[in-house]
Design a protein around this ligand. Structure first.
Ligand code: TYC
Length: 93
């Protein structure tokens, strides 16, 4: 009997964009970033910001590799431009 190979396409790996707490970036700036770059409404953005503030880090969203990398760059650029030390990174989800 002929064997048929089932062609499998793995779903793309997903990456979470993680934001880190620091003592200097204003809470309002973090909330603004979460609204602007992660499409969070103000209530959700505030919750995520407070979670980072209290726990040291928090997930902003989960995306494909390219999208996650772009969002990290956008956040770091916005933080630098505003003179804030806000740090952001991505990791495999
Ligand atoms: N800890 C900061 C403050 O008290 C607020 C803050 C929250 C900073 C989240 C960074 O990712 C962050 N002003």
């Amino acid at each position: 009997m002929a064997e048929r190979k089932v062609q499998k396409t793995e779903p793309p790996r997903m990456y979470q964009v993680v934001m880190l707490n620091d003592d200097y970036t204003p809470m309002e700036f973090v909330v603004m970033v979460l609204q602007e770059y992660f499409q969070r409404d103000i209530e959700t953005a505030t919750q995520i910001m407070l979670k980072i503030h209290h726990e040291g880090r928090g997930v902003c969203g989960v995306y494909s590799k390219d999208v996650a990398a772009t969002k990290v760059e956008l956040v770091l650029t916005a933080a630098k431009r505003s003179g804030h030390p806000l740090q952001c990174t991505m990791e495999a989800a």
